[in-house]
Design a protein around this ligand. Sequence first.
Ligand SMILES: [Zn+2]
Length: 425
Amino acid sequence: MKRFLSYLIIIILISGVFYIINNKFNIKEKINNNNNNNNNNNINIINTAESNQDDIIYFAKGMSKKDYLSAVNINNQKINSNKKYQKILYNFNEHLDYNELENIYFNLNNSDIFNLEIIGLSVDKRNLYSIEIGKGKKVIMFEAGIHGAELANPLFITKFIIDLVNDYESKDRDIINLLNNYKITVLPVVNPDGYNTSIKGVNNIKNKDLFIYKNSNLIDFNYYKGNLNGIDLNRNMPSQNSGLHFKRYDLLNTVVLKPSINIMEYYAGEFMGSEPETKALIYWHNKYYQNIFAYITLHSSGRVIYSSKPNLSNELNNLSDKCAQIVNNITGYKILGSDSEEVGEGNDGTSTDFIAELLSGYNFSEITGRLSYDKYDEKISKLKYKACVINIETLDSYTQDLNIIKDEYYIYNLEKVFKNLIKQH
Ligand SMILES: [Zn+2]
């Protein structure tokens, strides 16, 4: 008995030492930010790398902790308004360049249901906007225009919010009810320089020293995805597997290692999170993700819905599949499953990768300069914050034709799609 007790004491002592060592190497640093005017407090920084680093080839560097924290705490600027709302009518009768979109958002901001915030400046110094509509606690995020030439989605989402505000202002009971229960947050154009260049041409680029201006004779702006540094913003987010590929896979041949000029080239940048537009997205994701039930990104190729993250939890993929079903029931857009998603082949770093990992409880790791999970090699089985994450590809292909764009909105009833996604809870 005596011997047993001494063994027990030795075991407890050894476990204690292991516990202390383990925690020392797994320290979480809590950064409290006291800047007024921002909501992104309590960001956890970790020093673990979940992926097996021996299996990885990095082709883009990580984001520095300093850059990540300054992105999360961007100095946002709320726009105040005390004018009266003037009713806006828009029905795809004309293209709206970025300046015209901005005028619409400023006018909508005169309604008391609408809040407008500037959350950064693009490469060519255009304002980036975050919009809030509604007073409810349940939040849904809509993001559009991350790819320059995908012009239709900023118009779709702008048309939708114009009509919401008009209905609210004319005291439509259903809409008042909807906006009392929900909050809709919209980043209508993530890549305003790309959007504007596609509509108005290269002479509208203000800074003539930018890569895309200098190479503009090589580019077809009807199809160009990137920002004005030639970077695909939808590959520049510092998600776990961004800017890398697994040794067991080759790099996809669409992934390029220099600024891109062609439509089917994905350039992630030299550093993850290097672009001001990406930093604004990081801010926006961090501001809302803990309170959302759905994240919707809008793109323009092929009338399909991407709803799967094979490297993340079944819980996430089941919720995302439910959101995809809502869209599919109305539009007939095809739902693509996990076999259409590559992970670790150089194509990661999308906005949906990043938000899905935040929802899964990932934190920024100063070792990889990307999001990471706390424990090395542990498969994520649950969501920390329960929400769906889907990518809706409206339209058959890229187009500037307003008749086709208008038809897509009405024939596929995108207004009903957006409303039903909001009302799912
Ligand atoms: Zn796209």
